[in-house]
Design a protein around this ligand. Structure first.
Ligand SMILES: *Cc1c(COP(=O)(O)O)cnc(C)c1O
Length: 358
């Protein structure tokens, strides 16, 4: 034993659930982290390579090129765009900047695994609101949990891990009910994959609600999870507060260059989304044929209800077949698995391994 001491908050912060790996003799099928199976666009790889020669320099602290392209793409002024080392950094820094000890954070559960980190980081109190029928956010129940102590509300749409989606019109109606001292973060990590609503409908609400923040990432549809880059469309005050609590050069120069190039290729994004939707239909019907239910997905993954089967055993058997999925237990939904859509060949291997595991 050493005499090291840590503050009380550290013990309260949960461990982020990571995918397990298995000894498997062959190509692993990685369907556990909602990554895209497609490599980054060739022009993005060129931009990365060009950037390598300037690695002796610090990255641009203002992230000017990426910021102005995001502004062109979204119509939001550059001063109201915060860029982070992954959107997770913006959640963590945002919470640090906004939450006081004793404040309340309201979010749905099950939802994204980083949300349970936010309250203990700052000594705030969290209020988890169970999803409604159909694994969707219960916005009515969330609105009734808001008190004078509430500082932050998180809405994940489409929701990770359940893949469900609520229309922007309902989110707008919810924002009407939220007092202006409360920040609402609308986490749109999977927004490109939603087909029930215009992907920009959430961001369109920004004009009406100054306390709304729209959070997006380059990790999913753009295929840049390994570089870490995300952004928030928010108030200039929140952007400044996020900058105040984090280190100055947190978004590295390669991530900035890659994201600035990726944003120019919306045709490629459309193609990726179309391919993902074809795989979504394939996996959803394959799962249904095996007699299992999953809520209709608006994302690049399915949330499969294993009904009475032993989740750990199914996950283990899939792992032994080289197919890595995420157990629902660590995500707040025991008795489920979350499976990301891969290539057609990967999805076939998943469906075959699942059939064998049942
Ligand atoms: C993957 C994901 C993110 C993105 O995280 P990054 O830090 O940008 O990689 C954010 N929110 C949700 C709900 C996610 O699933």
């Amino acid at each position: 034993m050493t005499g090291l001491e840590f503050n009380d908050r550290v013990g309260a912060i949960p461990v982020y659930p990571a995918a397990s790996t298995y000894a498997f003799d062959g190509d692993l099928v990685k369907l556990a982290s909602n990554e895209t199976p497609f490599a980054p666009h060739p022009k993005v790889l060129e931009a990365v390579e060009a950037q390598l020669k300037t690695l002796n320099r610090y990255p641009d602290p203002a992230k000017s090129t990426l910021r102005s392209r995001l502004s062109d793409r979204t119509g939001v002024a550059p001063g109201r765009i915060a860029i982070g080392n992954g959107s997770c950094e913006l959640l963590l820094a945002g919470a640090e900047a906004m939450l006081d000890p004793g404040a309340e954070v309201v979010y749905a559960w099950p939802s994204f695994s980083i949300y349970p980190h936010l309250a203990p980081l700052s000594g705030a109190r969290e209020v988890r609101v169970a999803l409604a029928e159909g694994d969707v956010h219960d916005l009515d129940a969330m609105a009734t949990e808001i008190t004078v102590a509430t500082q932050l509300v998180l809405v994940c749409n489409p929701n990770n891990p359940t893949s469900t989606h609520i229309p922007a019109s309902e989110i707008g109606a919810f924002c009407e009910r939220v007092p202006t001292h409360v920040t609402v973060i609308l986490d749109e990590a999977y927004v490109e994959f939603q087909t029930d609503d215009d992907p920009d409908a959430g961001a369109d609400l920004l004009a009406a609600f100054p306390n709304l923040v729209v959070l997006r990432t380059f990790s999913k549809v753009h295929g840049l999870a390994g570089l870490r880059c995300g952004y928030a469309l928010c108030s200039a005050r929140l952007r400044a507060a996020i900058d105040a609590v984090r280190q100055p050069f947190s978004v590295n120069s390669i991530a900035q260059a890659a994201a600035a190039e990726a944003i120019l290729h919306s045709d490629d994004v459309t193609k990726r989304v179309e391919q993902t939707i074809v795989e979504r239909v394939h996996v959803e019907s394959g799962v249904e044929e095996l007699g299992l239910a999953s809520p209709p997905s608006q994302a690049n993954f399915s949330w499969v209800d294993l009904s009475e089967r032993d989740e750990a055993e199914v996950v283990r058997k899939l792992g032994e077949a080289g197919v890595i999925v995420r157990p629902g237990d660590g995500l707040g939904g025991p008795g489920h698995i979350r499976v990301t859509y891969g290539t057609r060949a990967e999805n076939e291997r998943f469906l075959e391994a699942l059939e064998a595991a049942l």
